[in-house]
Design a protein around this ligand. Structure first.
Ligand SMILES: Nc1ncnc2c1ncn2[C@@H]1O[C@H](COP(=O)(O)OP(=O)(O)O)[C@@H](O)[C@H]1O
Ligand SMILES: Cc1ncc(C[n+]2csc(CCOP(=O)(O)OP(=O)(O)O)c2C)c(N)n1
Ligand SMILES: [Mg+2]
Length: 314
């Protein structure tokens, strides 16, 4: 069958304007005046980012959505993406598997209004690896950044936290998930696209490695200290009620793909209004102050001690 046949069968129908039907050496991106191109890339590795027995459809969707979440964090709107696939030679993923993977991409392409530009296909003795590079656009000068948080700003988060990290363990049958909501959060994050936050928030990023570690990125980049209040972290019931042995996982486990924002006091009403307009839950979870680093504070005001801040690959 070969890789060319494989590309034609699974990916050609996902291609859009400038992709030349996936039959050229490169693709062309048309740019509009007064916009800047935003680029972001993320890799997903079998047994590191997804489980080989996860549904192929949601693996495709999660791959796209993690990248869409990066565009959301930049305040950008999606245009197109490239897809690199490294197929494992040691164990076979069926044609049906890739069909469902591509169906996931097709469904989300339609919903989030972007298309495939091209990519690369290889094989190796290692695990399945997907790399997706996403292109978006933002009005010139209006990209959101991580480095403008200021003393006395409040810290906010969209949606809820911790469910995806527990969902992974539900998939591994280490934790009960009768509502299936933990599993759903792990399999299918919801990118917070479409919010108009430029001129409202002082810093923005998406949470992939856990709220504390990612808040630390904003703190470092902005030259400030951030306190997060543990009791304020928004969690669905299944997350809040998980047995205490899962405390650290739900707080630091990552995989949330929610937006972490800092906001000056006089813009808080605008932030809440903008999120309400788009029916996105938003919760105040902390405060920016002078200094450096991050702390998570318990209800009694005491810092909670952790041996690490969040997810690290090595
Ligand atoms: N291998 C690499 N080469 C160049 N830049 C990298 C590499 N890995 C990460 N980066 C850059 O480092 C920054 C942080 O990366 P990462 O933690 O992966 O961010 P994100 O959580 O947004 O994906 C990004 O600007 C990314 O482009
Ligand atoms: C099988 C499996 N094990 C563990 C995890 C948890 N996990 C893997 S990577 C990661 C952090 C995000 O991935 P990364 O590659 O750091 O993305 P980036 O920060 O670059 O967006 C998390 C929480 C998972 N999603 N799946
Ligand atoms: Mg990354």
């Amino acid at each position: 069958m070969g890789e060319f046949d494989f590309i034609g069968r699974h990916f050609k129908s996902l291609a859009g304007e400038g992709a030349f039907d996936l039959r050229n050496d490169g693709a062309v991106i048309s740019l509009t005046p007064n916009h800047e191109l935003v680029v972001s890339t993320d890799t997903m590795v079998e047994n590191r980012h997804f489980l080989p027995f996860d549904p192929p459809k949601t693996i495709g969707q999660k791959l796209l959505r993690c990248n869409l979440s990066d565009l959301a964090a930049m305040g950008a709107e999606p245009l197109s993406y490239t897809l690199n696939v490294t197929v494992p030679l040691s164990h076979k993923y069926s044609d049906e598997w890739f069909k469902a993977f591509a169906e996931g991409l097709a469904e989300d392409q339609k919903r989030f209004k972007l298309f495939l530009l091209g990519g690369d296909t290889t094989a190796s003795d290692g695990p399945m690896v997907f790399t997706l590079t996403i292109f978006g656009r933002v009005s010139s000068g209006k990209a959101l950044r991580r480095d403008m948080a200021k003393e006395d700003d409040s810290v906010w988060v969209t949606g809820t936290l911790g469910a995806a990290a527990l969902g992974l363990h539900a998939r591994l049958k280490e934790l009960d998930d009768p509502s299936h909501l933990l599993t759903k959060a792990y399999l299918l994050p919801e990118p917070r696209l479409g919010l108009s936050l430029h001129g409202i928030v002082s810093a923005c990023m998406d949470i992939s490695d856990g709220v504390l570690q990612d808040a630390n990125h904003i703190a470092e980049e902005s030259g400030v200290h951030i306190d997060l209040y543990e009791s304020e972290l928004p969690m669905i019931e299944a997350t809040r009620n998980a047995p205490s042995q899962w405390e650290k996982t739900r707080l630091l486990g990552g995989d949330d793909y929610e937006l972490l924002l800092t906001c000056p006091k006089d813009k808080e009403d605008d932030l809440v209004k903008e999120c309400l307009k788009h029916q996105v839950k938003i919760t105040r979870i902390g405060r920016v102050s002078k200094g450096h680093g991050v702390q998570m504070l318990a209800k009694n005001g005491q810092p909670i001690k952790f041996d690490k801040l969040g997810w690290q690959h090595f």
